[in-house]
Design a protein around this ligand. Sequence first.
Ligand code: GTP
Ligand code: MG
Length: 234
Amino acid sequence: MDSILLHAQQGDKKSIARMISLIENQSEVEFGAATGKKIPVIGITGPPGAGKSTLVDALIGEYVKENKHIAVLCVDPSSVLHQGAILGDRIRMSRWFNHDHVFIRSLSSRGAMGGLHPSIDRIKNFLQTCPFDMILIETVGVGQSEIEIIRHADTTVMVLVPEAGDEIQLMKSGVVEVADLFVVNKMDRPGSNLFLSQLTNAVKSRKNSAPICATSATKGEGIAVLKNTIDQLL
Ligand SMILES: Nc1nc2c(ncn2[C@@H]2O[C@H](COP(=O)(O)OP(=O)(O)OP(=O)(O)O)[C@@H](O)[C@H]2O)c(=O)[nH]1
Ligand SMILES: [Mg+2]
């Protein structure tokens, strides 16, 4: 196992994948502690189908342009939709699977209450010891209880879509309180500008303000601004 770890920490993707499998299957195994250079962890969360994977795919493109090395964990908390969503993630990001600078891994949550994989902390700590510039974690989160991601991420990005409802609903769901950055995706959809202004109002009533980015992930619109906004928060 030592040589797998060594290769993983030199950036060999096969070894990284094998190490993650080992960590998943052995609850006591722990690699890496938060020492030395800390790699930023960005959580991307939001309701099912909001476009999280499409956005991650586009963001990878921005970081790869800068020659950065990126690790992506896709965590799906819903056991029923599990296969379909993970397939969705794989399709959405498929162009990056063979890219030297990109490592992508899907994890099932195995019924963890907060919606995140039980070994996510240990996997994250291990990835911190590998040569990445950034770790992105995609997970589904709809209400406050499902936004456990904030505990694991340095920066939490909440992806919402015009269909997310009105200002009252936003306040009720509690999502407005927890994110560091909001994305209104699917700006090409009807009602997007109204939703954007309602979200802006809702976020204004927070104690600490948070930036809001508007994107159309499928068209690649607003991605560069989103990337810069994320970078400013790190
Ligand atoms: N119209 C429009 N559709 C989009 C946009 N971004 C994503 N989509 C579509 O929305 C659907 C869901 O996109 P995904 O990226 O899989 O969304 P997700 O949030 O990762 O979904 P889950 O991981 O299953 O929760 C796909 O059909 C995308 O093509 C957008 O900006 N505009
Ligand atoms: Mg997805």
